[in-house]
Design a protein around this ligand. Structure first.
Ligand code: TRP
Length: 334
């Protein structure tokens, strides 16, 4: 397991749609801060995306797009390892092994599996079922200490820990048992039309989310349409005013102000004015990112170079872990 000066963070993101303001405020915004304090590895998990049908050209484009966005949001490709999952075969290889140490019952209990199989009832494939095993493999290959996870992924991380411990109990210390990383400040941003549910990049209703690289006009339109609540006061009350509360958190996170400061600032404003102020603040925050993104997304040579370098660095770590696992379980290593 080696001594590491810095703790290691591993995170994966599916190339399944444009990353949203929710992804930015909840996670990406903090990544640029983490890069100095931790040893960070960010993986575009393209293989995970195959569990639902993808358009091949779009999938390829979106994988580049995630990478370009990470860089546009301030991640330094030298300080961090940025790579695509399918470029490092050890992910699939370790997943096979770990699958032999994961029970059907455990996988059947995963809420995401249950949800996705009801949503895609025409395509309940075995990849959807074993999805968490591949995720465990992603994390355990790199001996990650910390994994930033939202609520929807906590159960998968729990399973990763169980599988790691199970393996360690049989074969001796092999894997680092990862902990969830809860960001010091990270907002949970909800859907603009349906503030009871999380803002999601794969939402069918495009008015529910703001993409990080969305054009200002479109951002303003969506905030104009955002659902508010009955009453007229701009106060934070998640239970009774989920719409306004969500807009307050967005504004607060984007501007770095406290909730009570935002309430004070808008105590004499109407919902309409407040929504426009939130839109303006979001546009101001996202514009430099969109500009940087547009600069690099068309430079495939630059992106490919980063990907090759990232895969090489990732491979070096991953292949050591895989080799150790293969030895411990009794596979021949000539
Ligand atoms: N399952 C995660 C999601 O949908 C993506 C993911 C795959 C991941 N492998 C990971 C996240 C490893 C963290 C660590 O959001």
């Amino acid at each position: 397991m080696g001594d590491k000066a810095k703790k290691r963070i591993f995170s994966g993101v599916q190339p399944s749609g444009h990353l949203t303001l929710g992804n930015y405020l909840g996670a990406l915004k903090n990544f640029a801060i983490l890069q100095d304090e931790y040893d960070c590895i960010y993986c575009v998990v393209d293989l995970h995306s195959l569990t639902v049908r993808q358009n091949p050209e779009e999938l390829r484009q979106r994988s580049y797009s995630v990478l370009a966005l990470y860089i546009a949001c301030g991640l330094d490709p030298e300080k961090n390892i940025l790579f695509i999952q399918s470029h490092v075969p050890a992910h699939s290889e370790l997943a096979w092994v770990l699958g032999c140490y994961t029970y059907m019952g455990e996988l059947g209990r995963m809420t995401q599996f249950k949800e996705k199989s009801s949503k895609h009832s025409e395509n309940i494939n075995s990849g959807l079922f074993t999805y968490p095993v591949l995720m465990a493999s992603d994390i355990l290959l790199y001996n990650a200490d910390l994994v930033p996870v939202g609520d929807d992924q906590k159960q998968h991380l729990e399973l990763t820990r169980d599988v790691a411990q199970r393996f360690n109990n049989i074969y001796g210390e092999t894997f680092v048992v990862p902990e969830p990383y809860i960001p010091k400040q990270g907002a949970r941003i909800m859907s603009l039309q349906d503030p009871e549910k999380k803002m999601s990049k794969s939402d069918e209703n495009k008015n529910n989310f703001i993409s990080i690289i969305e054009e200002p006009n479109s951002i303003m339109k969506k905030f104009k349409k955002a659902v508010t609540d009955s009453g007229a006061e701009i106060i934070y009350d998640e239970a009774n005013k989920p719409g306004i509360s969500n807009l307050i958190s967005i504004y607060a996170t984007v501007t770095g102000k406290a909730i009570h400061e935002v309430e004070k600032e808008f105590e004499n404003s109407r919902y309409g004015e407040f929504k426009m102020a939130v839109g303006d603040a979001v546009v101001a925050k996202l514009t430099p990112i969109r500009i940087k993104y547009n600069e690099i997304i068309s430079d495939k040579d630059y992106l490919d170079k980063i990907l090759r370098n990232g895969a090489e660095r990732a491979e070096e770590i991953a292949s050591k872990t895989l080799d150790e696992v293969y030895r411990k379980i009794g596979l021949v290593r000539p």
